[in-house]
Design a protein around this ligand. Structure first.
Ligand SMILES: [Mg+2]
Length: 277
């Protein structure tokens, strides 16, 4: 067991992940959900792509609707809202474009908080070098989109022809192999290269909760996300908060979320509901 597993494990027996198909839909038992949050001070954590916007063909085409922006703004007027994204922090800040939120970019490695946790910072140059190498090796393959971020690199292959996906795979593997312990995770049609540090979206959420002065009971953390990387946050909040999986048609995935919503529209509906509660 890694240190990561131990520190994010609340209590001794963490419930096993279950198939998303077996997860209840939040809106099927809205009364039950409202009873769970009644009288609690919420700390809301939101993923961006696939949660606040539909996933775009290319990351630069993602756009949040005005309705969603209004819903997030209203929620943030009532309680602390944090955006936890794989994107570069300035990028997700510009896309959400609201002032009174906390933004965590590069999967929580880069947080807009006066007390920077400093995780990953010593690897900034290494990450940049890997980004350049990947760019050099992959830019000739049609459809590859490489995001070089402050503390992570993303290689998107959503637009790559099926016959070339294996090649992308092989190049990513070959290059990252040269850097011992570097983090490599596979998301939805994307590879993410991360600093070799025991840190993820779940750690970032727990770190922020600490900064909010959470002593266990007062604050109710709610995390909404759709991607594999959000599982770290669902796990971190297991038994402590409420994880909500934006499932789309991803019913067979294993998840540690508590509840699910169907899509981005239902996330908007949920935010509106939380804001008026
Ligand atoms: Mg997402």
């Amino acid at each position: 067991m890694t240190k990561a597993d131990k520190t994010s494990n609340v209590g001794n027996s963490l419930p096993a992940p279950r198939a998303a198909d077996a997860l209840p839909f939040l809106f099927d038992d809205l009364d039950g959900f409202q009873a769970r949050i009644a009288g609690r001070q919420i700390a809301l954590f939101l993923d961006f792509d696939g949660t606040l916007t539909a996933i775009a063909e290319r990351p630069e085409l993602a756009k949040m609707s005005e309705e969603m922006r209004t819903a997030v703004r209203r929620a943030a007027a009532r309680f602390q809202v944090s955006i936890i994204s794989g994107r570069d922090r300035p990028d997700v800040e510009a896309l959400v474009d609201l002032d009174n939120l906390i933004y965590a970019g590069s999967h929580g490695f880069d947080i807009s908080h006066p007390h920077d946790h400093g995780q990953g910072a010593p690897y900034r140059e290494t990450i940049q070098n890997i980004g350049e190498e990947l760019y050099g090796a992959l830019s000739s393959i049609d459809g590859v989109v490489i995001e070089r971020k402050k503390l992570s690199v993303a290689v998107h292959y959503r637009l790559v022809a099926e016959k070339n996906v294996g090649k992308v795979n092989a190049v990513v593997e070959e290059i990252t192999k040269k850097y011992p312990d570097i983090g490599l995770i596979a998301g939805k049609k994307v590879f993410e290269i991360l600093p070799p540090v025991d840190w993820d979206k779940g750690k970032a959420v727990l770190w922020l909760l600490d900064r909010f002065g959470d002593n266990g009971d007062e604050v109710l953390p709610i995390y909404i996300g759709d991607d594999v990387t959000d599982e770290a946050a669902f796990k971190a909040l297991s038994g402590k908060g409420i994880g909500i999986f934006v499932c789309g048609d991803d019913g067979r995935r294993e998840t540690r979320a508590d509840l699910k919503v169907r899509d981005v529209a239902e996330v908007g509906r949920l935010l509106a509901l939380l804001a008026e509660d």
